[in-house]
Design a protein around this ligand. Structure first.
Ligand code: BGC
Length: 767
């Protein structure tokens, strides 16, 4: 029976392969003919990517538009940053009538939804629900493609171990295994699974390749100092998995690795990405990353452009390095025509695969948008998804779920905000139509609900204005913005305290503004900003129970809050349906089921902080106080405040004993680890069962534990289920000191549990 199944799947794989080969040879022939008619300048033109001028809605295509001028000269291969189909049709027509008549590719930062905004990527990862994650990308693809977009700058798969880095919000946390699974789900969601692009499927651009999340001290764009071995074991897996899933393109990152910026790093761009991961699409630089290599100190624009194309970069975003210098470099023998041809071919192949040569207007149907974006169905999904992306960190005396008849005061600067639910990178969201937390609570409650802003974000008005408006000021320098801090702090707080005192329970809505995370938004203080912290302290004095509803783009330091709040619900930036989804959890419509994908610190001084760290020769237990001459701090514990994988439920789960089908295996066999999980509480609820491994003795040092499997299950009260994990050589392998992927002989600890700390251990011997 087993042999039969294998042979059927082999046949299926073979026929797919053969049809793939047929496609490839047709494509090759088509592109050979096309390129034989192109001049060198036209080929170089294909390597140039520019952003669209102005705002999406204001975009007008005129002959003064820089992109039109470039198109007329045949010097542009793609445009990104607009979803204005009418304008894109104009651009496409100009592209077809100019130069070699090659259609444009249209890119966009579609990160967590398009018009229908889902929770930020870090929030999405806390669902541990690959099916919903894939579906969210599917919906985003449908919406974006109905606005002319055929290429999305997503998924962002950078592993990050340092909460100071603002872009931790855009990725999936600190674990490479989970990150890899999410990367695949996102690629499948956007591109589909059959290797063909339907007109509502779009090409992905995996970013930021590579290791961008390893920025030293969490400061954005900073250098990355990792060994190759640590990079491969701790960070590269999601990029590799995305390639396996068929990702169409990659974006080279801003950072350097081993002294060479990623955009000119042959080891990353060619040796690993193509020769090892088997990627066969094209690589675009991040915005201005090519010209930035001048500041990195690698040479002038001509030099860095030549270095980049030779290392394996194919398209230059916004630097004009390729279009401005490659012809000269060719004449001077600095680059060869083969370098230019290689890059040009890869971009033409992407356009071919998208079907743009067959129909350049395939994605440019202005009638689609009205029925395919921001629909009731998509919003309903945004609500369902956001329910699963909330993590309950504390729930003393089972204060949650709240009684619907309770009198509630919804307090804080995030209480009735719609736009702050959008998160970073919501470029096309309908902020004004979002559901605020207050609105969601008011709709769901049967009791009296009051609201108050309660405080500013920061006591420093200039800081608050520069963060809140910083991005807009760059894109719209002439726009004027409302002055913040119009109402005095005392007035805001007095109103909040009075309303809180008149209620049965306080829902305190505080946290980080959208612009406090994302690009160029690193922090050295990971606390709740000062003005809001003062509000929490004043609310505490009322003696009323407080449910802290946290909006944040990163793990925060919540030590005081963990001691003084009755419940803490991390909602990230929960997207378009934030208020509904949060109310669904607060009133127990669903039990929370999110689990952390980043460690929450006790102090910023612990960063970088991550569960899969190495041991030292003088290890110190995570939750024991200072002891001289062991690896610890004099003034803080080693362990996180809330660990990776942690999240509470309204129900409770009992884990039975973990068992292994055998306690020995050979590298070519398989063992099943299993555990029975029972819902022992009163709520139907979901639980993510997690599998970790630890190699006890190995030829290189290994992390104290590493996630290697998980399954999210749903159980009714009293129901139980046995969860099984297959363990084979692949599960246990790592990159050794010689950078070989190996499963070493010896003992392994196999650990299963509800989070990275409450684990049952068994020993498995590999012989
Ligand atoms: C960001 C990328 C983004 C690109 C285009 C860059 O600044 O780092 O994530 O895709 O801009 O908008």
């Amino acid at each position: 029976m087993r042999i039969k199944l294998t042979s059927i799947s082999l046949l299926a794989a073979l026929s797919l392969l053969l049809s793939g080969c047929a496609h490839k040879s047709e494509m090759d022939k088509y592109i050979d003919v096309l390129m034989s008619k192109m001049t060198v300048e036209q080929k170089i033109g294909q390597l140039n990517l520019h952003s669209a001028a102005g705002f999406v809605s204001a975009l007008r295509v005129t002959e003064n538009d820089e992109n039109v001028k470039l198109l007329r000269k045949g010097e542009l291969g793609g445009i990104y940053g607009t979803g204005n189909v009418e304008a894109m049709i104009e651009y496409q027509k100009i592209a077809l009538e100019s130069g070699a008549g090659i259609p444009l590719i249209f890119g966009m930062d579609v990160i967590h939804g398009y018009e229908t905004t889902f929770p930020i990527p870090l929030g999405i990862s806390t669902s541990w629900n690959l099916e919903l994650i894939e579906k969210s990308a599917r919906i985003a693809a449908r919406e974006a493609s109905s606005c002319g977009i055929n290429w999305v700058f997503s998924p962002m798969v950078d592993i990050c171990r340092d909460a100071r880095w603002g872009r931790i919000a855009e990725g999936n946390g600190e674990d490479p295994y989970l990150g890899g699974e999410i990367a695949k789900a996102m690629v499948y969601g956007y591109q589909g699974r059959d290797g063909e692009y339907a007109s509502d499927e779009v090409m992905t651009c995996v970013k930021h390749y590579a290791l961008y999340g390893g920025a030293e001290s969490g400061r954005d764009y900073n250098s990355v100092f990792l060994s190759r071995q640590e990079a491969l074991n701790g960070y590269m897996r999601p990029y590799a998995e995305a390639a396996k899933a068929g990702a169409g393109s990659y974006m080279s990152s801003f950072n350097e690795f081993e002294g060479i910026p990623s955009s000119a790093n042959k080891y990353l761009l060619t040796d690993l990405l193509r020769d090892t991961y088997g990627f066969d699409g094209f690589v675009v630089s991040d915005a201005t990353a090519v010209v930035e290599m001048v500041a990195h100190g690698l040479g002038d624009l001509q030099e860095v452009s030549a270095l980049a194309i030779q290392a394996g970069l194919d398209m230059d975003m916004n630097s004009d390095g390729f279009v401005g210098t490659l012809r000269k470099s060719l004449d001077e023998g600095r680059v060869s025509e083969a370098d230019i041809d290689r890059a040009c071919r890869r971009i033409l192949e992407a356009k071919y695969k998208l079907g743009l040569f067959e129909d350049p207007f395939k994605y440019l149907d202005p009638s689609r948008k009205a029925t395919q974006t921001w629909t009731d169905e998509n919003r309903a999904f945004a609500r369902e998804f956001a329910r699963e992306c909330q993590v309950l960190l504390k729930n003393d005396n089972a204060i949650l779920p709240l009684d619907r008849n309770a009198k509630v005061a919804v307090i804080g600067p995030f209480a009735d905000s719609k736009s702050e639910m959008a998160g970073t990178w919501a470029t096309s969201s309908h902020n004004n139509e979002f559901v605020s937390i207050y609105e969601g609570i008011a709709e769901a409650s049967n009791g009296k609900v009051s609201k108050a802003e309660g405080s500013w974000i920061f006591n420093d008005k200039e800081l608050e204005e520069s963060i809140k408006y910083g991005l807009m000021k760059i894109f719209a320098p002439n726009m004027s913005f409302p002055t913040l801090h119009g109402t005095s702090k005392t007035v805001l707080m007095a109103e909040a305290v009075a309303k809180a005192a008149a209620s049965d329970v306080i829902i305190a809505c505080v946290g980080e503004l959208n612009n406090m995370s994302g690009e160029g938004a690193s922090r050295t203080d990971l606390g709740i900003p000062d003005a809001q912290k003062e509000l929490l302290m004043a609310l505490k004095k009322t003696g009323k129970p407080i449910v802290l509803v946290l909006t944040t783009g990163r793990p925060l330091e919540l030590t005081w809050e963990s001691e003084n709040m009755d419940a803490i619900l991390v909602t990230w930036a929960a997207g378009a349906e934030a208020g509904h989804a949060i109310a669904d959890v607060i009133y127990g419509e669903v039990s929370p089921s999110g689990k952390l994908t980043t460690s929450f610190p006790r102090s910023v001084g612990q960063e970088p902080l991550y569960y899969n760290h190495k041991n030292t020769g003088r290890p110190h237990p995570d939750y024991e106080p200072y002891k001289k001459f062991t690896s610890c701090y004099t003034d803080e514990l080693n362990g996180p405040l809330y660990p990776f994988g942690f999240g509470l439920s309204y129900s409770s789960f009992e884990y039975g004993p973990v068992s292994l089908s055998q306690d020995e295996m050979s590298p070519d066999s398989e063992v099943i680890a299993s555990v029975n999980v029972k819902n022992t509480g009163n709520y139907e609820a979901k639980e993510t069962v997690q599998l970790y491994i630890h190699d006890v003795y190995s030829t290189s040092t290994r992390p104290v534990k590493e996630l290697r499997g998980f399954e999210k299950i749903s159980l009714k009260p009293g129901e139980s289920r046995t969860v099984e994990f297959r363990i084979n050589a692949e599960t246990l392998s790592y990159f050794n000191h010689e950078l070989e992927w190996v499963c070493e002989e010896g003992d392994y600890e196999i650990m299963i549990g509800p989070d990275s700390e409450r684990l049952q251990k068994r020993t498995l011997a590999v012989k």
